[in-house]
Design a protein around this ligand. Structure first.
Ligand SMILES: *Cc1c(COP(=O)(O)O)cnc(C)c1O
Length: 407
């Protein structure tokens, strides 16, 4: 028997945790589907999905089953050995995508770190050390390791930590001419989010992605899609690249892949994978049996027409109602995104106030997200009940009405 739990409260956070987060005033203790309960048994509706992670809601029975079954079998063996759940998940990913090879790790940042290192290594070995430049989009987000914050074009995340990794250039997103002017034979990779997530749910244009693919081919540069946020059903396709029919050379996936259990991967071709030969890269937990068992169950459920079409149908419900709320109260206007990755752009008078919208929603027992200071973001479970969507949007409307009435 384990010892009884010591009671804890939100105020303890400030006493024992590094202050790099400012969590909400309540502590969630239990979740089921798209409902969450806090310490005082208050029930909230969850449109935040653990920041686009809980792709099947909380405690989905089949994920609980996959996790607990594996928990009684084998937790960890390291990469000195392979394991069955990892091989099964890799097979599923290879069967479902352009990929021929998979590398597992534990977070989005780690997946991008691996993607960037692979691109650099490929260029180094094929063309020599001169070809090492990485081009990324301004306002992109690729994680919080030093390489990934340096590649993403956001000084607020990358400044103040001393000298940065070199050979990185930033261009405006959706601006093909800018990329054309910047890309050269020294470019080893171009990295893009098919929908920029953290900086405001900004989709890449079809012609842009097609043009980027052509420029990469022309300059022997690899195209990396960071699908950490858009991948595994979030946009209504298994991966966003499938919607665009623009195939990357390397794709990073995390967030939804584990449905709440930390696991990430990069997908690539057999040829490129060969440059990560034995010992070139690694991580202790990558391909951990627990994470891979859960990831396998996630993929089995998400990669079905019912779920993916359901995501598109739910998008329409959100969009219609959000447009109506926006028009009625004037708080936001444009509704962006695809599938269940949706952003509501605040109007001029409300710019910078997404945090206030989140706080107002929380008072109505609704969890939503922001994507930067000017956009309210919705990233609920892909299988959220229509009744929960309706009730959540009722709560959201009450929060918006209250904010607007307060002025
Ligand atoms: C969340 C995110 C990351 C970072 O993932 P972590 O698991 O937090 O390291 C990277 N890229 C994109 C597009 C993301 O949305």
């Amino acid at each position: 028997m384990s010892a009884p739990h010591v009671p804890v409260k939100r105020a303890d956070f400030d006493q024992v945790m590094v202050p790099n987060y400012a969590p909400a005033a309540f502590i969630p203790v239990r979740g089921e589907g798209s409902r969450v309960w806090d310490q005082s048994c208050r029930e909230l509706i969850d449109f935040s999905g653990g920041i686009a992670v809980n792709v099947l809601g909380h405690c989905h029975p089949r994920l609980v089953e996959a996790l607990t079954e594996q928990a009684g079998q084998l937790w960890h063996v390291s990469n000195v050995f392979t394991n069955e759940p990892a091989l099964r998940l890799a097979q599923k990913l290879v069967n479902a995508t352009f990929a021929e090879r998979v590398f597992f790790c534990n977070s989005g940042a780690e997946a991008n770190e691996a993607a960037f290192k692979l691109a650099r290594r490929v260029a180094h070995d094929r063309f020599g050390p001169e070809k090492h430049e990485i081009i990324s989009a301004l306002n992109s987000f690729h994680g919080r390791t030093f390489f990934t914050v340096s590649v993403a074009g956001q000084p607020k995340y990358s400044d103040g930590f001393g000298p940065k990794p070199q050979g990185i250039t930033h261009v405006p997103f959706n601006d093909l001419a800018a990329l054309e002017a910047t890309i050269s034979d020294k470019t080893c990779a171009v990295v893009l989010e098919p929908i920029q997530g953290e900086s405001g749910i900004r989709p890449a244009e079809q012609a842009y992605l097609e043009g980027v693919r052509k420029l990469c081919d022309k300059h022997n540069a690899l195209l990396i899609f960071d699908e950490v946020q858009t991948g595994v059903g979030r946009t209504g396709d298994l991966f966003a690249y499938m919607h665009h029919h623009v195939v990357p050379d390397i794709l990073s996936s995390a967030k939804s892949l584990g449905g709440g259990f930390p696991i990430a991967s990069i997908l690539t071709t057999q040829e490129l994978a060969g440059y990560f030969s034995v010992g070139v890269h690694g991580t202790t937990y990558g391909g951990n049996p627990l994470g891979c068992a859960v990831g396998g169950a996630v993929l089995d459920i998400v990669n079905t027409p019912e779920v993916l079409n359901g995501v598109k149908a739910r998008h329409e419900i959100f969009k219609t109602r959000l447009q109506q709320i926006g028009a009625q109260y004037g708080l936001f206007d444009e509704i962006r995104g695809r599938g269940l990755l949706i952003g509501a752009q605040l109007t001029e008078g409300w710019l910078g106030k997404a945090g206030q919208v989140l706080a107002a929603a929380e008072k109505e027992a609704l969890m939503v997200l922001q994507a930067g200071p000017d956009v309210v973001r919705f990233a609920p479970s892909l299988v959220i009940d229509e009744a929960d969507i309706d009730e959540g949007l009722n709560r959201f409307e009450r929060a918006v009405a209250r904010l607007v009435n307060q002025g």
